[in-house]
Write a protein that binds this ligand. Structure first.
Ligand SMILES: *[C@@H]1O[C@H](CO)[C@@H](O)[C@H](O)[C@H]1NC(C)=O
Length: 249
């Protein structure tokens, strides 16, 4: 019995590792992403750290820095002007989303209507990307006094004017009330695209929104780790015993 499980586990592990390698160094199938990652010498501003290997074009990287850019027509200033120190984090979040070739382990097929006005262009999304504690905490700290009317920015806007406006009856409030803890911000704002972690930058177990490219892209090793160990880094079914297995089947 034990031998049979071991053989089955080995087989499953081989198949799994072959398919999991393919999620490394790839671009998701979404509106602005390139089909394959590659060098982009002229990436703009905060997106420059990805210039050696990126899923975004120079044009997309410029759009990431503009208010209400052609990228998504999204209006950061829906409850008054968003302070620059806060906007920087949303720009960095956009750079990571558009440029990173290391989000493969967290790419999910989009089922049905999901984001924005019409997401027909968006066949894939990211789900539960383990964001480094520092990236989430600093984002929250910089934005705690910025103001918004929505907790989930993917849904519930009034788009009749062509850009997102607060729907009638909603209230503009500081982020610190809408998102009491950093985890609320990072997880809820983009419908669980990110997962809050207590992992630290440089530890190889969390994705960094901000990094110094002089030392290479730290997210390469992180993607590899989660591709090999499962994106939730949970044990594989054959590594568990007894009844625990059933929840994974
Ligand atoms: C949406 O905005 C339009 C004006 O652009 C307004 O007439 C309409 O009442 C708004 N609807 C909601 C639900 O906020």
């Amino acid at each position: 019995m034990a031998v049979r499980w071991a053989v089955l586990g080995l087989l499953a592990a081989c198949v799994a590792s072959a398919t999991k390698e393919s999620v490394l160094n790839m671009c998701m199938d979404a509106k602005h992403h390139k089909t394959k990652p590659g060098p982009e010498g002229a990436l703009h501003g905060q997106c420059a750290p990805w210039k050696d290997n990126a899923c975004c074009t120079a044009e997309t990287s410029k759009g990431a820095h503009q208010d209400q850019s052609y990228l998504y027509n999204f209006n950061w200033n829906h409850c008054g002007v968003m302070p620059d120190k806060c906007k920087q984090h949303f720009i960095q979040d956009t750079c990571l989303y558009e440029c990173s070739p290391n989000l493969g382990p967290w790419i999910d097929q989009v089922r049905g209507r999901w984001g924005w006005v019409d997401n027909s262009w968006r066949r894939e999304r990211i789900l539960n990307v383990p964001l480094c504690k520092e990236d989430c905490d600093l984002w929250w700290e910089a934005c705690k006094d910025a103001v918004t009317c929505r907790e989930n920015w993917h849904k519930g806007w009034n788009w009749t004017s062509g850009t997102n406006r607060c729907p009638r009856g909603s209230i503009c409030q500081p982020f610190k009330y809408v998102f009491p803890r950093p985890a609320d911000l990072c997880e809820k704002i983009w419908s669980n695209s990110y997962k809050y972690t207590t992992e630290h930058r440089g530890g190889g177990r969390c994705i960094q929104m901000w990094f110094d490219p002089a030392n290479g892209n730290p997210n390469v090793a992180v993607a590899k780790y989660y591709a090999q160990n499962g994106r939730d880094a949970s044990p594989a079914p054959w590594e568990l015993s007894g009844t625990e297995t059933s929840q994974f089947v």
